[in-house]
Design a protein. Structure first.
Length: 243
């Protein structure tokens, strides 16, 4: 197994020293903005840069052009993995990334409760992939659930939970998602993300706890593992010092 660590950084035209020598009668004129940016993405192995720098990507960023998950996915699949197979024959690559939002991007058809409405269809609803559900009581030890109705409409939370025998047959109905007051102190309510991690208090929270939804991986990790390669994400920890 060969460890391949992803490394990226950004440089700007106006980066540099903030103190200079100048005559007291002269005013130093410096641009206020950061200037044109360059994003550098590369992959490093224990013996140096992967492919001797062939996989290094330098992107002139700014405006509408930024490094994102789509560009990283293309870099890894079309360049990095083939170079690993070429330079380290017979070995598996272990790609390591930090947990930046762009690295954790989901595929368009991924199982995500936040992209589902309470009822079928509706605004912003996404067409999701079919999913496998394990059940000991089922004759075949499990079954496949389609997330789309026969007419092409995406299934809502109520339909999906009912098909799994998780929707209450009587009593109060589930809310779509729990709400909390906004940080500004106003009466506006925002969706609570806490219930999506450890609670069955609402429809999204209950479905998010199901094994197939909990096991949903990001698009980058899914694509890498399909190539018989390993993928791992580091996590950032904040330490606090107390007297």
């Amino acid at each position: 197994m060969i460890m391949v660590m992803h490394d990226e950084c950004t440089f700007n035209a106006n980066d540099g020293k903030r103190f200079v020598w100048t005559h007291e009668e002269h005013n130093l004129i410096r641009k206020k903005g950061r200037g044109q940016g360059l994003h550098v993405s590369r992959l490093v192995t224990p013996i140096g840069r992967l492919g001797g720098g062939r996989v290094c990507k330098i992107l002139k960023c700014g405006g509408d052009i930024w490094w994102d998950g789509v560009k990283l996915l293309d870099e890894v699949l079309t360049k990095a993995i083939p170079v690993v197979e070429e330079e380290f024959p017979g070995c598996q690559g272990l790609f390591i990334f930090d947990n930046a939002t762009s690295h954790m991007k989901y595929a368009e058809d991924a199982l995500r409760v936040t992209k589902m409405n309470l009822e079928d269809g509706g605004k912003n609803a996404k067409i999701m992939r079919s999913t496998s559900i394990g059940a000991d009581a089922h004759p075949e030890r499990g079954w496949w659930q389609s997330m789309v109705r026969a007419n092409g409409t995406s299934k809502g939370l109520c339909t999906v939970l009912t098909e799994r025998n998780l929707w209450p047959s009587s009593g109060p109905r589930f809310l779509t998602q729990c709400s909390i007051k906004s940080f500004s102190g106003k009466s506006k309510l925002n969706s609570s993300s806490k219930c999506l991690k450890s609670s069955n208090c609402c429809a999204r929270g209950l479905l998010a706890l199901q094994p197939d939804f909990k096991a949903q991986k990001g698009e980058l990790q899914e694509a890498i593992e399909k190539r018989d390669t390993w993928c791992y994400f580091t996590h950032h920890f904040t330490a606090s010092l107390t007297s």
